[in-house]
Design a protein. Structure first.
Length: 263
């Protein structure tokens, strides 16, 4: 496959992944959404179906990596790093496009949610300024629609959780999901991977929100920082390294175990 095919496939596929995955988070979170408070099961299955849809769309062009951890794992497995930058570029651009589309699709709901006094409060100007300043150092009220965050902030545990979750994802991709060329996900692999993502969400998603994908977390976090959302608060940059580093480590470890045990 050509570099242009890889870039286009990864951009479109990752955009769809984030549009549908971030979309279910918006549907469950925002006021005036018919799915508000639908719960964790809706989020877990929504992300699983998002993965399946994105894989089926992008696999013919790029092999449907859709995740830098998958890209790095395949490079470690095969020893071929030549297309890694192209995959990364498409994945991160696609993630940012997908997050922007979520904002457009739920524009009215974002406005209603972030201007509701029950959510952002009704404070005097001075108190409001202090609250905003404090919030900007952490996670704003809709950041969870764009990126992940821990329930208990412990860098070692949070990093370990992301490593473990990503390891499960990547080892499943490597052992069951690759296409005939071995450079991405096939049709059956897309379904298997979607179900694995649902399983990870239900079983391991509680502590950190299971990023298990650096592009899925970092791209939308950048979009959150840039969008003109009222009272949006901070993008929690002090945590942003965990869902990038953890999945990359998990991907490398999974590829190492695969080469030792399965290759």
């Amino acid at each position: 496959m050509s570099s242009s095919d890889i870039f286009i496939g990864e951009t479109i596929g990752t955009a769809i992944l984030i549009l549908l995955g971030g979309g279910v988070c918006a549907a469950v979170t925002l006021k005036a959404s018919k799915a508000r408070n639908a719960g964790w099961l809706a989020i877990a299955f929504g992300w699983g179906f998002a993965v399946m849809t994105a894989v089926y769309v992008s696999a013919p062009l790029s092999g449907a990596h859709l995740n830098p951890a998958v890209t790095v794992a395949l490079a470690v497995k095969d020893g071929d790093w030549s297309n890694v930058p192209v995959y990364f570029a498409g994945e991160f651009l696609g993630a940012m496009l997908g997050a922007t589309l979520v904002w457009l699709a739920y524009y009215g709901q974002f406005q209603a949610h972030l201007t509701d006094k029950e959510i952002v409060g009704d404070r005097g100007a001075q108190a409001q300024a202090k609250a905003v300043e404090a919030q900007e150092k952490g996670a704003g009220p809709v950041l969870g629609i764009f990126s992940t965050g821990p329930e208990i902030r412990n860098a070692v545990q949070n990093l370990a959780t992301e490593i473990i979750g990503t390891f499960v994802l990547i080892i499943a991709v490597l052992t069951q999901g690759l296409n005939d060329e071995g450079n991405g996900l096939g049709v059956l692999g897309g379904l298997i991977t979607a179900l694995v993502v649902v399983s990870i969400g239900l079983s391991l998603g509680g502590p950190t929100g299971y990023a298990i994908n650096p592009a899925r977390d970092l791209g939308p976090r950048v979009v959150h920082a840039l969008l003109p959302l009222p009272n949006k608060g901070g993008s929690d940059w002090s945590y942003a390294w965990v869902p990038v580093v953890g999945p990359l480590i998990g991907g490398v470890l999974a590829a190492g175990v695969y080469n030792l045990a399965f290759a």
